[in-house]
Design a protein around this ligand. Structure first.
Ligand code: IPE
Ligand code: IPE
Ligand code: MG
Length: 257
């Protein structure tokens, strides 16, 4: 049995880990395989990472699975990704449910093929009262569309008298985003070496710790995840203040967001 990594020696375990799973295509091309094989191999990495997060007792895991920009890819790749999504949910749903995992899907999934919508809704419905970990899949997700959606929804509440304009602040606005019931990500991992956010959680990562690796997503293992968490645990999150050891005055604390 694995040593329990949560109680694990890591004092500052991230509550919420978000991952930009990148590099599937390059992983495949390097091996002279079609890009789709990279996505299939990437699905195994998803399973490894979910299992590790359950074991470590992370409060939330968010995976960027398909962006609003990924529609620019060839139709055949897009439809392979959609089929893979259904296959993943089909295959893993029962086990996730037994592990008390709550599945959320962030993004406009209604515009996906009907079979995907059906599978997604089944997963959400079955796991809706689960509490061990929130497992969030960002599918047809873009951060800017998420923010615009939030603004519209707030605007509707304003027009219909449910909120006052002067009550709008960051906390209230956060309630209109997919992340409304979760802490912001503490740790954002991006695989395959690109230094960009690609329209992922722009509002929520204001103070998130970034961890970027050259390892491609299909090669990403539990050990890589533990390395990221261990590096995170050593970071000094100042939130604009001073290093804890340099703080003066008894009541000065880093803002805990
Ligand atoms: C990430 O891998 C998966 C998705 C974006 C769906 P990519 O398919 O982007 O792989 P690369 O970046 O082309 O290697
Ligand atoms: C980001 O990866 C989107 C997902 C992981 C789903 P991309 O491969 O689409 O990002 P870019 O195009 O390199 O920015
Ligand atoms: Mg990519």
């Amino acid at each position: 049995m694995h040593k329990k990594e949560n109680a694990t020696g890591f004092e500052n375990l991230p509550r919420h880990i978000a991952i930009i799973m990148d590099g599937n295509g390059r992983w495949a091309s390097k091996r002279l395989l079609p890009r789709t094989m990279g996505h299939r191999e990437g699905m195994k990495a998803i399973k490894r990472v979910v299992e590790a997060c359950i074991e470590i007792k992370v409060q939330a895991l968010t995976l960027y699975a398909f962006s609003t920009e990924n529609w620019r890819r060839p139709k055949s790749e897009v439809s392979y990704l959609m089929d893979l999504l259904i296959e993943f949910l089909n295959r893993e749903l029962q086990e996730l449910h037994e592990n008390n995992i709550k599945i959320n899907v962030w993004g406009d999934y209604y515009s996906l093929p009907p079979k995907c919508v059906k599978e997604i809704e089944r997963a959400i419905e079955l796991t809706r009262n689960n509490q061990a970990m929130a497992f969030n899949l960002a599918i047809n997700y873009g951060s800017r569309p998420e923010i615009v959606r939030g603004v519209k929804s707030w605007g509707r509440d304003l027009l219909e008298g449910r909120v006052n304009i002067d009550d709008l602040d960051e906390d209230l606005f956060s309630k209109y985003l997919y992340t409304h019931d979760l802490p912001d990500p503490d740790l954002l991992i991006r695989t395959a070496g690109e230094f960009r956010l690609s329209n992922f959680l722009l509002w929520q990562v204001a103070y998130t710790e970034l961890w970027i690796t050259d390892v491609s997503w299909p090669e990403f293992t539990r050990e890589h995840l533990l390395q990221a968490i261990s590096d995170y645990a050593k970071r000094d999150r100042r939130f604009g203040g001073l290093n804890n050891s340099k703080q003066e005055g008894k009541n000065v604390k880093s803002k805990n967001i």
